[in-house]
Design a protein around this ligand. Sequence first.
Ligand SMILES: Nc1ncnc2c1ncn2[C@@H]1O[C@H](COP(=O)(O)OP(=O)(O)OP(=O)(O)O)[C@@H](O)[C@H]1O
Length: 252
Amino acid sequence: MATQLQFRDVTLGYDRHPAVHHLSGEVASGALVALVGPNGAGKSTLFRGIVGILKPLSGSILTGGLDVRDIAYLPQTADIDRSFPISVFDFVSTGLWRLTGFFGGIGGPARDKIAQALASVGLNGFENRTIGTLSGGQMQRLLFARVLLQDARMIVLDEPFNAIDAKTSADLLALVRHWHGEKRTVIAALHDMDVVRANFPETLLLARGKVAWGATTEVLTAENLLQARRMCEAFDDSAAPCAVDDMPSRAA
Ligand SMILES: Nc1ncnc2c1ncn2[C@@H]1O[C@H](COP(=O)(O)OP(=O)(O)OP(=O)(O)O)[C@@H](O)[C@H]1O
C-alpha cells in the first residue's frame, strides 16, 4: 500500500517550545487511524502540522504529493467562532471553494451538491439559519457536511464526536466508515476508547512523543495508556527544541 502521510522526525510547537516531539512514522493510503492521547498530548498540534497551519520546528511532514487543499480538516468546534454571522448554506459552501474559488458564484450544480451534503447529515431545512443558532451536535453535522463537499483524499478529524449524543455519533461514524470504504485516508483524534476499539483498525497513541503506533488492539493496552499519561504529566512545556534542522520544512 502506498504511503499517504509520513512524519520524519518532526517536532512541532509554539514560540519555539515543542509540543509534539520527534515523531516518525507513516500512514498508508486508505488507512483509518485513530489518534489517541491525554489532554495536551499534542493531537491538535499534529493535525495543524499536517494541514500546514503550523510549520515544523524541525523535521518534516510529507503528504504523498497531496496539496494542502486536498486535505479536509475538521477542527475542534471550540476553535470555530460561532458568533460570526454566517448562514449554514454559506458556511458549508466553503467546502467547495477549491472548485468555485473564494469569490466564485455558486451555480445550480453546486447548489445541488450543497443540498445533498446537508441532507446526508440530516440538516436539510437549516440552510438559512446562522451557525450561532445551531446546537453542538448540529454544528458537528455541519462540519461533516463541509468535509463531504471537499471530496478530499485525506480527511483529518479533530475530536469529531465530542459532546454529541449517541444517535449523532452513530450517524457521523457511518460517514467515516463510508469514507474508509471509498479508500480515503482518515485520521481522527478521539477520547472514547470503546469507539476507537470498535471502529478504528490502527491507532497512534501520542503523549508529546509516540508511545505506540500500530494495530489498535496492541496499542491500547493498560500499560501503554498509563505510560502516555505519565509522559504527558512529565513533559516540560517550557523546554527548548533539542534538535533544530537547518531548514524546517513541510514538503508535498
Ligand atoms: N496556540 C497555542 N499556543 C501555545 N501553546 C499551545 C497552543 N495550542 C496548544 N498549545 C499547547 O501545546 C500542547 C499540546 O496541545 P494540543 O492542543 O495539541 O493537545 P491535544 O492533545 O489536542 O489536547 P486535548 O485532548 O486537550 O484537545 C499543550 O501544552 C497546549 O497548551
